[in-house]
Design a protein around this ligand. Structure first.
Ligand SMILES: CC(C)(COP(=O)(O)OP(=O)(O)OC[C@H]1O[C@@H](n2cnc3c(N)ncnc32)[C@H](O)[C@@H]1OP(=O)(O)O)[C@@H](O)C(=O)NCCC(=O)NCCS
Length: 182
């Protein structure tokens, strides 16, 4: 019964213009959001969403929602020519460590490699961000390599681990989230 209630409460739907206050709050919730985009005002949150949902946008953004309120984002930035997608995600501080992002990422990756017709997804995360790697692996991504000393952060060069998932790879054994398509 508890599981059913959670499935009803947490899900995925398309990102909406009206999600701007929650996007703004998410960026303010943890300093580690700084590298996810330039959002420090409500107007910037609105511009961030507008760019993602614009008609000609190459992005496929999905909101992770709790009772229809955005708590996170999973996005596939599509390279149509190669049928590839760059995969990325973030979660507001209060909704982290519940396993929701892993389930959301698995669900969106499955969708991208089936319904959306992509053939390869890829992502990268800094090695000092192990939670992101855990999400990637739980969403069925396989580690492909390490880009050594990719970023200069706080005077230190940081390695980035790279991951990929192909349409022919197995779907991960994880309980996905309800995905509401419009
Ligand atoms: C990365 C991020 C999305 C993870 O969100 P989350 O809600 O905590 O994700 P989940 O709860 O689904 O899973 C987190 C996993 O990381 C693991 N984890 C968390 N902190 C960890 C750490 N310090 N070391 C190792 N694993 C860690 C958890 O144990 C969990 O794995 P498990 O379910 O196998 O136990 C979130 O921290 C975030 O938004 N960070 C800022 C944005 C970001 O870095 N995005 C990714 C860019 S590449």
């Amino acid at each position: 019964m508890e599981e059913n209630c959670e499935v009803l409460a947490v899900g995925l739907r398309r990102l909406r213009s009206s999600d701007a206050p929650q996007v703004y709050q998410a960026f303010a919730s943890n300093a580690d959001m700084a590298r996810q985009g330039d959002v420090s005002t409500l107007a910037q949150a609105q511009a961030y969403i507008d760019a993602l949902i614009a008609t000609q946008s190459p992005h496929e953004p999905w909101a992770v929602v709790e009772e229809d309120t955005l708590v996170g984002l999973v996005c596939v930035s599509v390279d149509e020519e190669n049928l590839n997608g760059w995969f990325w995600y973030w979660m507001t501080e209060d909704a982290r460590a519940r396993g929701w992002m892993s389930r959301a990422a698995a669900t969106v990756a499955n969708w991208a490699l089936t319904t959306r017709g992509l053939e390869r997804l890829e992502l990268g995360h800094r090695v000092n961000n192990p939670a992101s790697g855990a999400v990637a692996r739980r969403a069925g991504f396989i580690k492909e390599g390490t880009e050594r000393q990719k970023f200069l952060i706080g005077g230190q060069r940081i390695d980035v681990d790279t991951y990929g998932r192909l349409a022919s790879d197995p779907q991960p054994p994880i309980n996905g989230l309800v995905l509401l398509e419009d």
